[in-house]
Design a binder for this molecule. Structure first.
Ligand SMILES: O=C(O)CCC(=O)C(=O)O
Ligand SMILES: [Fe+2]
Length: 331
């Protein structure tokens, strides 16, 4: 695929604060993660062929066309957001499992969790007339409580060209460690201009937002994001992809969307059956027919021993201890 942004500009010849780094699709996780850590975002060029983009559009457009525009300014009143893509689209399942992206997400999030999970799947269709979205951090889905960690690794797959006019994502390179209340200046913002089939990779900590669409056509991006395995997901995967559908997916994808334990004591359930008809505490895999009723257990022995090693090597004081003591009534 040819475009005005690919070819020789793939190399890192750029003004650091005004353009995003562009890498080719064969780049490895080490290189990707290094750049995301320092700059907060990059463009992986020409990951999908035009045919693959067209196939993706064939699968998702019936849902996008039937989607109502957003009901508030943040989501965008001329923007349509369409989810449940794992349940609805075979190609989206493949994209979410993309080896380079997953390896990068896993490596980026590894300091805080062995397990990563899908955080959300959403087509973002920015229509003509949509003003620029408020600049934000995606990690604010959890408020501002998480400190000192990177909770999230994100992708936006361009399903149309992303141009200055049609609302290419606005990004503030290098903003990952700025204070949450930092006012962003217009000269600090650049746009993720890229040809369809390219992918914007960005940290949950980088300031960014959807661009203004001044064109006469829609801008289509596929937002697939990953988070630490022990956090709540932005899109509730158990409802967007319930067990009847999740059963039909490959086990690795089942686990990626959340049908596994998030830690030794995180995510078990009890099927609410008549007395004696099912297990008590068991893992989510049971709902997909992948686990036997072999007795009540939080998580596996392995998860328990991982937790015990983590505790043994953790010497930090519990964050907020002082506040806890002075503001809560203790028994
Ligand atoms: O569509 C885009 O370019 C970005 C949208 C975005 O950042 C969001 O909705 O959180
Ligand atoms: Fe965002």
């Amino acid at each position: 695929m040819e475009s005005e942004w690919s070819s020789e500009k793939t190399q890192r010849e750029k003004n650091p604060m005004s353009e995003l780094t562009r890498l080719d699709a064969e780049s490895d996780a080490d290189e990707i993660v290094g750049i995301i850590q320092s700059e907060g975002a990059l463009i992986l060029e020409n990951v999908l062929s035009c045919e693959q983009v067209d196939q993706t559009l064939d699968e998702i457009m019936p849902y996008v066309d039937a989607t109502k525009p957003g009901a508030d300014d943040f989501g965008g009143r001329h923007t349509r957001r369409t989810g449940a893509l794992i349940a609805r689209s075979a190609i989206c399942r493949e994209l979410v499992m993309n080896a380079t992206v997953r390896a990068s997400a896993k490596q980026f999030l590894a300091p805080w969790s062995d397990r990563i999970q899908l955080h959300l799947s959403q087509v973002i269709c920015i229509g003509p007339g949509q003003p620029a979205q408020q600049i934000h951090r995606d990690r604010w889905a959890w408020g501002t409580h998480l400190k000192g960690i990177e909770p999230q690794f994100n992708t936006i797959w361009a399903l149309t060209d992303f141009t200055e006019e049609n609302g290419a994502t606005r990004v503030v390179p290098g903003s990952v460690d700025w204070p949450d209340n930092r006012k962003i200046q217009s000269e600090e913002i650049c746009q993720a201009k890229m040809s369809k089939g390219s992918v914007l990779l960005y940290s949950g900590s980088v300031f960014h937002g959807g661009g203004e669409n001044r064109s006469d056509h829609a801008r289509l991006g596929l937002n697939l994001t990953y988070a630490l395995g022990w956090l709540r997901q932005e899109e509730n995967q158990y409802l967007s992809c319930p067990p009847e559908i999740a059963k039909t997916l490959e086990p690795e994808l089942q686990e990626l969307i959340g049908y596994t334990m998030g830690g030794y004591a995180l995510g078990y359930y009890t099927p609410p059956l008549a007395p004696g008809e099912g297990p008590e505490l068991t893992g989510p895999e049971y709902a997909l027919g992948r686990k036997r009723d072999d007795g009540s257990q939080f998580g596996s022995e392995e998860l328990l021993s991982n937790l015990q090693s983590e505790i043994a090597s953790s010497s930090e004081r519990r964050a907020g201890d002082g506040h806890f003591r002075t503001t809560r009534r203790m028994p």
